[in-house]
Design a protein around this ligand. Sequence first.
Ligand code: NAD
Length: 373
Amino acid sequence: MNSRRIFLQKASASAVAISIPYLPSFSKPFSRIEEQPTQSDKVLRVAIMGLGSYGSRVAQAMEDSKRAKLVGLISGTPSKVEVWKEKYSIPDKNCYNYENFDAIKDNPDIDAVYVITPNALHKEQSIRVAQAGKHVICEKPMAINAAEAKEMVDACDRAGVKLLIGYRMHFEANTLKVVKMRKAGEFGTIKFFQGLSGFMIGDPTQWRLNPALSGGGAMMDIGIYSINGARYMTGEEPIWVTAQEVKTDPVKFKEGIDETITFQMGFPSGVIASCLSTYSMNNLDKFFLNGTKGFAEMQPSTGYGPIKGRTNHGPLDEPHIMHQTVQMDQMARIIFDGVEPEIPVDGREGLKDMVIIDAIFKAVKTGEKVSLG
Ligand code: NAD
């Protein structure tokens, strides 16, 4: 892994409108996942697609998972498959490459495929997995724009399989504590959110800096945490965005790769968010939520943890468990037991972030306030 993370107002009449006819309403009541009884002990048998840096972390995390087990591999690199097969005792019959993985449909020993490849590949790969009748877990960003994300949601609906996005923070204990406190009114009326997400990217030849594979720069990769965080921390969906881009190195951060974007979002109640996404600053991993009666601050707020922070009531000191272990346990419960997570992780949730990213890019390009809705 490169250098990452060792890191209402109503829109004005002149605003540029982004139409999102397919954006679903946010109507489902939350019910906290830990409070729901586990209905089975069925283990989710997972194949990982993309044996890279994050795939390695997920595989390691599943070793401690009670409800998810790594049973299959999909990779274009035979030498990696050999090493992983040995390490995780994976049988040959559960190993595929990018050409033949559609045959997974005939493999009764695999329930789900976790897509952990470069962003621009997610759509096609996820749809092929769905068409093979397997549940899809896909890394963030789920796609490179909202239209692609919508295709994925539709394909999984049609195939009758679940589509879950790798939003590990949605299961993190301190994050859930803050969300619960906010819902209980402990911060009063929420007024403001600040999200700072960034790290200094290294190797200029990596796929993250190739727009054909990444679909964008820091925003797709790390800025998405501030977008997603603004939504779960405030509990609202933005109705407008404004954004400004700064590029100090146009060679490394070529056309289609954003280096630094500051963006603002407005929410229906009048909450405003002010956020920063960057590939050029280290130690940027901070959330701040302010309400009429209190506040929550988290730093680090979305790194691999432990997540640290405090509220006006005191420190956030929930125990740290490897995020990906908790995520995989809870995703098994979502898939097999039908439980609803406190903060959704389904494809429609991922689509909401993609709609906002499209709007931020449009706001950068036009210099105008972009309406959502
Ligand atoms: P990586 O470069 O370490 O791994 C990518 C893998 O995809 C490699 O094994 C590579 O061989 C494979 N691959 C398949 N086709 C490829 C192609 N055409 N070009 C390049 N590589 C190809 O990247 P990563 O850090 O593991 O990121 C993978 C995905 O996981 C990204 O979508 C990223 O946003 C996401 N991610 C999520 C988190 C998180 O905390 N949720 C953290 C890191 C990465």
